[in-house]
Design a protein around this ligand. Structure first.
Ligand code: G4P
Length: 302
């Protein structure tokens, strides 16, 4: 399958980020907890250098809880502040104000030494498409409705949302282009639905996903699709055929409708109905059918 993002979009996104980055002190980067590395943009470290940084592991409600903790540890050891959040429900958002103070401590201190007091930290929310940027801004800033700039009759400028006296948020998120450094990354981004499905083959995607689930999340599969004997369901085709029978997905002539079954699988996964599933783990840690194990701790070879 060919996964891509259009070069025109990429140039526009890059330009917008470069324009805005000069105005801000803090970059709040959203990543998708199901694929925390694949959903990061490779250039963010360069774009965000000399800025305070905060990573939000968003959609944590859809990802494996144990994996979330491993990813939080991973980003911490890389020197980032990181918080697990669910932008949709608002879970985890309360911890952000404290974290902002912490990550911006040096800047606030620098300002204070220069005699600048009460200047709020200015932040931008960034992330690849569909990672939850707008949802996050709405939930986080929902109650803080004081907007500055762009008022009628006032000079045109950026819209800042005043969160509190210490923090202002740019109301438009920065869109980062996804990285396509490998087929594997493209595949994972397609699985979580961060690409246009029209150009993707549903059956191919569902087959990829099922192969992964058979290996690492067998019980979730069995529970969702009423599979009695897991041992018999050792290939994606067998699982899809079972779903066709279970959900009565047939074409004319009683042919199994694999496309329909594939759409069910993808929808169940993306909506979280299948359960909490993470598609990648930090290096040195691997998933097995019984859950996540730390290979290094157990002295197993990669
Ligand atoms: P973007 O600005 O980064 O492009 O993403 P956006 O906020 O539009 O969010 C994309 C989809 O992800 C939305 O679903 C949104 O509700 C969902 N979402 C965002 N954060 C979370 C989260 O923490 N957990 C879960 N489970 N979902 C989240 P949608 O189906 O496209 O829209 P809607 O049906 O919610 O309106």
């Amino acid at each position: 399958m060919n996964y891509q993002w259009y070069p025109g979009h990429m140039t526009k996104a890059k330009r917008m980020m470069q324009e805005n980055i000069g105005l801000i002190d803090l970059v709040i980067e959203l990543v998708d907890a199901r694929v925390p590395l694949s959903s990061r943009n490779p250039d963010i470290d360069e774009l965000g250098k000399n800025k305070s940084r905060l990573i939000l592991l968003n959609k944590s409600d859809l990802a494996d809880e144990k994996a979330n903790s491993l990813w939080v540890d991973y980003f911490r050891t890389k020197g980032f502040h990181v918080i697990e959040v669910n932008a949709r429900s608002g879970q985890g958002l309360r911890a952000i104000n404290g974290a902002v103070k912490e990550v911006c401590r040096e800047k606030i201190e620098r300002d204070r030494k220069r005699g600048i007091v009460n200047r709020p930290v200015r932040a931008i929310v960034v992330g690849i498409p569909n990672v939850g940027k707008s949802t996050f801004i709405n939930s986080y800033a929902g109650k803080a409705c004081t907007k500055t700039g762009n008022k009628p009759g006032v000079t045109k400028g950026k819209q800042w949302i005043r969160m509190n006296k210490e923090l202002e948020l740019l109301d438009t998120p920065g869109i980062l282009w996804p990285k396509f450094e490998s087929e594997e990354v493209g595949k994972k981004l397609a699985l979580i639905g961060s690409m246009n499905d029209e150009i993707l083959q549903m059956t191919e995607l569902a087959t990829e996903l099922l192969a992964y689930l058979i290996k690492y999340y067998r019980q979730l599969l069995a529970d969702r699709y009423r599979i009695e004997s897991l041992d018999d369901m050792d290939t994606p085709l067998k699982v899809l055929t079972h779903i066709c029978e279970d959900r009565k997905c047939y074409r004319k002539g009683q042919e199994p409708d694999y496309e329909k079954a594939s759409a069910i699988v993808m929808d169940d996964f993306r909506s979280g109905r299948m359960g909490r599933i993470t598609l990648e783990l930090p290096d040195g840690i691997s998933a097995n059918s019984g859950g996540i194990e730390e290979r290094q701790n157990r002295g197993m070879a990669e």
